[in-house]
Design a protein around this ligand. Structure first.
Ligand SMILES: Cc1cc2nc3c(=O)[nH]c(=O)nc-3n(C[C@H](O)[C@H](O)[C@H](O)COP(=O)(O)OP(=O)(O)OC[C@H]3O[C@@H](n4cnc5c(N)ncnc54)[C@H](O)[C@@H]3O)c2cc1C
Length: 263
């Protein structure tokens, strides 16, 4: 996890992941799972730097975000697994009293069953302290691999779009009822297509107006981006949300892409 970046000694940054970065109690399958998440978090950042997708100061911000994000995740995972360990092997005193009372009550009452802690399964940790997340969004969540329709009516999934984006940020644009033409013209006039892979999201098949379009009739994509009525969302290659807004603004999109793709 910790990035060692001692330029004075001429060393390149080093990154630690998996059990070399942290050790969690073996409850809830968090050891191996979060080790894979560490790799998932770092791989696309290294690739973006190597491929020159980010330049100058943005390179350092992108690489340092690995520590900011995965250290936060590790701290949560250590805390969660320690709580399980303490429930299973409760110390004498208040901890044991609480544990025994919970087990006793759980036989009869549903509320107490939710307090029985034999392991909380690994989840995709949210990032609350990431320099890659837009200030408006504040917390970056993993976006679920939801389904949508391609323009021809066949079914696709978010992961198909991320694969197609080939390690670049994915910009989803929800075309407005009245201003779709103007939105497309603004996008074409901007440098955004060089910095991200752009996909227009239509609410109905009839609204498909661009080649890279998908139909989100059930609003599954919008919900996965944690927005009731989004105008645009930026999804990172590791499927985390970097920015999302209900206000259409090419300038704001450009700003959100700064740490992910240089202009
Ligand atoms: C009993 C048990 C059950 C578990 N169950 C689960 C589970 O159900 N789900 C889950 O997600 N996690 C589980 N875990 C945790 C999970 O196994 C570890 O978190 C995971 O294997 C860590 O992966 P890693 O690649 O970081 O390290 P490791 O798996 O330890 O891999 C490190 C590798 O580096 C090699 N190595 C070490 N030093 C050197 C060197 N100097 N040169 C070259 N090679 C070296 C080692 O031989 C090893 O092959 C469990 C762990 C245990 C002990």
């Amino acid at each position: 996890m910790r990035e060692q970046n001692d330029r004075s000694s001429g060393q390149e940054p080093h990154f630690f992941m998996g059990d070399s970065a942290k050790v969690v109690s073996p409850f809830g399958a968090r050891g191996g799972n979060t080790g894979i998440s560490d790799a998932d978090n770092l791989a696309w950042k290294l690739a973006a730097v190597v491929k020159g997708q980010v330049k100058g100061k943005a390179q350092k911000v992108l690489l340092q975000s690995y520590h900011a994000e995965r250290h936060e995740a590790a701290a949560t995972n250590v805390q969660v697994t320690q709580r399980t360990a303490r429930f299973l092997r409760a110390k004498d005193g208040i901890e044991r009293t609480f544990r025994d009372a919970t087990l006793h009550l759980a036989k009869k009452h549903a509320f107490a069953r939710s307090l029985v802690n034999t392991g909380r399964m690994a989840v995709a940790n949210p990032y609350a302290h990431s320099p890659l997340t837009s200030p408006e969004l504040a917390i970056s969540h993993s976006v679920q691999n939801v389904e949508f329709e391609w323009g021809d009516g066949s079914r696709g999934q978010l992961n198909d779009l991320l694969k197609w984006a080939q390690g670049r940020a994915l910009l989803l644009v929800w075309l407005g009822e009245k201003n779709a033409k103007a939105q497309l013209a603004e996008l074409q006039a901007s440098d955004l297509a060089r910095r991200a892979r752009i996909v227009c999201v239509a609410r109905q098949a009839q609204q498909v107006r661009a080649i890279e379009s998908v139909v989100d009739a059930s609003s599954a994509l919008a919900k996965a981006c944690h927005m009731a009525s989004p105008a645009w969302s930026v999804i990172r290659p590791d499927s985390y949300l970097a920015a999302s807004s209900s206000q259409w603004s090419v300038a704001a999109i450009g700003q959100a892409l700064v740490p992910l793709a240089s202009a």
